[in-house]
Design a protein around this ligand. Sequence first.
Ligand code: ATP
Length: 376
Amino acid sequence: TIGAMAGRMGLECYLIGGFVRDKIMGRPTKDVDIVCTGDGIALAHAVAATFPHRPHVSFFKNFGTAHFRYNGIDVEFVGARKESYAAHSRKPEVTEGTIEDDQRRRDLTINALAISLNSNNYGRLIDPFDGLGDIERKIIRTPLEPDTTFSDDPLRMMRAIRFAAQLGFAIVPEVFESIRRNRSRLKIVSQERITDELNKIMATPTPSIGLDLLYRSGLLQEFFPQMVALSGVEIVEGKGHKDNFYHTLQVIDNTAAKSDDLWLRWAALLHDIGKPATKKFEEGHGWTFHGHEVVGERMTPKIFRQLKLPQNEKMKYVAKLVALHLRPISLTKEDITDSAMRRLLFDAGEDLEDLMILCESDITSKNRQKVKRYLE
Ligand code: ATP
């Protein structure tokens, strides 16, 4: 329908982006993106008018995009664009372009694939940057020189890492080096867009993969220095402590293996966040992080504000789990009192099960089984 209507209007049109990538990879597809030469909004209206019940078309004139929902599928239309960026401006100059111009402004080769819907070459894959080969090789590359692609929109650096983590692809060294070089450019990107990508990484089955890439590329330091502060090991009088950054990654993975809840994963991410501020070396004893869970509880709202995460019940839940996470460990001591037990049950309330997942995921909780038995 879409191709035929575009033909009648004298436009070329193509399926593009994530839909094409996911179809080729055999992943479930969600939204459909259509790019056409000329007026995408007019095409969207014309197509919608041919469907029974005429879906409502919403559009943004300034961006030249239009969108409707049909049979539970989001269909988005955009006119093919050519973008050119001046060195010191964030806003590109946008002009009408060809399909190849539109593919050049995409973030990654695997996201720049198009399928023709035109009658003369219907179904043909248009792949000027060998995105198909990159899907087969399982690699992340940019359509243009990575420095160009990334400086045009620095969020693409995070997207490269997010797709590597989601798809299990490797970022080619040239691209990874470019991310390291351009990392400070992330500062011009809005926090909402950054956090969106971060949460997509947090939602992957093994969040440590993406988080470690963020750390090693230097991007994490740009927007979440408190987490980077967890890294490293100090040795005094021959005594070292564990690297709390890598420990935290392990706890997140263990938590992710047990639950899909994004906010429980955030609690895992923040469970030791108070440690750098409370770290002390006590002579004859060793390293202590006394009170770090209280500091962590206090830091949680600040971090939620900084990352523009919701300031609501979710945040309170995360802060509460951060504060409580060591309590079940203290319950394993031999002389545990009934009142301490009751307090934990009371404080954790309906989040008790989540608290237990968090504590069980913390591989340094030595007495996991004991805690479980107490609670049972
Ligand atoms: P998902 O839906 O899993 O996030 P997706 O590839 O559909 O994957 P979207 O963010 O919906 O991701 O973007 C759709 C398409 O738009 C991408 O496949 C890519 O071609 C293009 N795109 C999105 N964001 C950017 C960007 N920052 N720079 C360049 N191209 C982008």
